[in-house]
Write a protein that binds this ligand. Structure first.
Ligand SMILES: [Zn+2]
Length: 269
């Protein structure tokens, strides 16, 4: 099973890396960056901030390797389960540590926070990561870029008063909660039957950790929008083209990179 330290980046990096770093195979693809309709950031943020929790289902599950084995009914059930899990643990932590500040909860869990300039891993864009057993890295590179864009009053208004850093941090704190809480945390213990015919196996889905971490951050910080908005915002900070690609995918307007990407295609519904 994949460790939690890659989870946030896994949500965006595979398709986006190509746009950011000009992957050579991508350059010749049918839907190259030049085909992406770049959307003004404030408008993009207003749109994605207005989405409901369940509107992120296709986006979230498109990054789950076993998505092809799941049906819509199950996906809807898992979305709700993850939201409830994140919400429950946000309330628990707030009460247990007497604070809804992710810094305080990290401290209470014995987790150290490091603000680093650049990610350790150079082959992918990472905004923040939890490194087992007790370290969270938040990367200043993305946050510095975000700060510049937040100078635009329209952008600031769309995102509200909570800082991107707090959102990233709250998400990673949940992965620490999962590590400490183990099987008591639904996102970690819940198994899904992905079998067919006579062959059945119950497996853990990585997307549940991500979804519950988003639910945790949203509940803890009282956000009116999904923390998945940070995928669009912070990616836009690096590249308006890449950010707009994600925006279009999230809004269901087009597949991200065409049929050759298989399961990475955007929502079809
Ligand atoms: Zn994560």
């Amino acid at each position: 099973m994949e460790g939690p330290k890659k989870r946030w980046s896994d949500a965006i990096i595979r398709p986006v890396k190509r746009t950011l770093f000009g992957d050579e195979t991508y350059a010749g693809a049918a839907k190259g960056p030049e085909c992406v309709d770049v959307v003004p950031l404030a408008q993009a943020l207003r749109d994605v901030c207005s989405l409901r929790w369940e509107d992120w289902t296709d986006y979230a599950f498109a990054r789950e390797p076993l998505n092809g084995r799941l049906n819509d009914e199950l996906r809807a059930e898992l979305m709700e389960g993850a939201r409830a899990c994140g919400d429950t643990w946000a309330r628990f932590c707030e009460e247990r540590f007497g604070s809804a500040d992710p810094h305080d909860i990290a401290r209470g869990l014995g987790v150290s926070i490091f603000l680093d300039e650049k990610p350790h891993s150079q082959d992918r864009v990472v905004f923040a990561e939890f490194v087992e057993p007790d370290r969270i890295y938040v990367y200043a590179d993305a946050l510095d870029k975000a700060q510049t864009l937040l100078d635009d009053p329209e952008v600031r208004e769309a995102l509200g008063p909570v800082s991107p850093q707090s959102i990233l941090l709250a998400h990673e704190v949940f992965h620490a909660v999962e590590l400490v809480g183990k099987e008591r945390v639904w996102s970690r213990s819940h198994k899904v039957d992905v079998g067919f015919g006579l062959l059945h196996s119950r497996v853990h889905l990585a997307v549940l950790d991500e979804l519950a971490a988003m639910g945790f951050a949203q509940a803890l910080l009282g956000l009116t929008y999904s923390p998945y908005v940070m995928d669009v915002f912070l990616t836009y900070c690096y590249s308006p083209v890449a950010g707009s690609s994600l925006y279009h995918e999230v809004m269901g307007e087009q597949p991200l990179f065409g049929a050759d990407e298989g399961k990475m295609e955007g929502p079809t519904g």
